[in-house]
Ligand binder design. Structure first.
Ligand SMILES: [Fe+2]
Ligand SMILES: [Fe+2]
Length: 309
């Protein structure tokens, strides 16, 4: 079904935090690993406006439906960052402007040429470049939605669960937009399909990986996408990507995770294999972990391992 942009603009709003008891975190705080993931998400949500900067210098700015969506998308993502900042503040962690400004100063040298490279690539690729961006957006929104689902699943904190469910409802509308635009622009366009496939295969990394420190990216990947449930979440995203025209069989998310965290990906791969062969994979996951943590265990070719079906 086509995305109704008028309906979206009528219903968009700052995240409703009515009734969210942020003070409850003082009596029942979140664990440090979850807080570290939330710091990452706070920073990335607030970086949305910089992604928008790079999008607006491309062909995408010519399409009024896209620019209307982007206007409200950036608005909603901003309020996601603010809400996560309140969770961090309740734990005495830094959030908000100073933290955001520091990240932007840090990534400035790396991002200095980003608008120029986007504009140049868009000028060369033409309209096919919009398909790349819309597909990229869909993958990132699917990943974000899955990431929040995993955070609340692991944290088991009622206040955080309610807050993240509200954020996820808005992320769901972002998915609807990007996925419908991607499908429409890839459908029947071999050039757009080839370009998008190449860009994802060679350039895509998990959301935030281009701006966050490697250690934080690895922590988020390990926290959210390791173990049987994490691997299943990654597979679900890959199935969404596979269903887009011309993108079947990419193994995108599993491949990217394996490149960032080869060890836990290998554990997951072994668990999958054991589950298929014995039907008792969950019980064998610990065995796989033990084997891999043994001194001298060799890990080779993570990308090919990750692409094992
Ligand atoms: Fe968001
Ligand atoms: Fe989003």
């Amino acid at each position: 079904m086509a995305f109704d942009i008028s309906d979206y603009t009528r219903h968009t709003a700052p995240l409703d935090t009515t009734g969210i008891d942020f003070e409850a975190f003082r009596d029942r705080p979140l664990d440090p690993d979850t807080l570290r993931v939330l710091e990452y998400m706070h920073d990335v949500e607030h970086h949305t406006i910089c992604y928008l900067r790079d999008l607006l210098v491309t062909e995408a700015h010519v399409d009024p439906t896209i620019t209307t969506f982007l206007t409200f998308w950036a608005h909603e993502e901003h309020w996601h960052g603010v809400a996560l900042g309140r969770v961090l503040a309740a734990h005495g962690r830094e959030a908000g402007d100073e933290r955001i400004a520091r990240l932007r100063r840090t990534v400035r040298p790396k991002e200095r040429w980003a608008p120029l490279t986007h504009a140049f690539a868009s000028a060369v690729a033409g309209r096919a470049f919009i398909a790349v961006h819309m597909t990229w957006g869909a993958v990132n929104e699917w990943s974000t939605q899955a990431g929040y689902a995993r955070v609340l699943q692991r944290a088991e904190h009622p206040v955080l669960t309610e807050l993240l469910r509200r954020i996820m409802r808005q992320e769901g509308r972002h998915i609807d937009f990007y996925a419908s635009e991607a499908r429409r622009r890839l459908d029947g366009d071999r050039r757009a399909q080839r370009l998008t496939r190449w860009a994802l295969q060679h350039l895509w990394r998990p959301v935030g990986a281009s701006v966050m420190p490697e250690a934080e990216v690895r922590h988020v990947v390990r926290h959210l996408f390791s173990g049987a449930d994490g691997a299943a979440a990654a597979d679900r995203i890959d199935r969404h990507v596979d269903r887009l025209p011309g993108l079947a069989g990419l193994g995108l998310v599993r491949g990217a995770i394996a490149a960032i965290d080869p060890q836990s990906s290998l554990v997951d791969c072994m668990a999958r294999t054991m589950r298929r062969s014995t039907g008792r994979g969950a019980a064998r996951t610990d065995a796989a972990s033990t084997l891999l943590s043994a001194p001298g265990t060799a890990i080779t070719s993570p990308r090919s391992i990750a692409r094992t079906p």
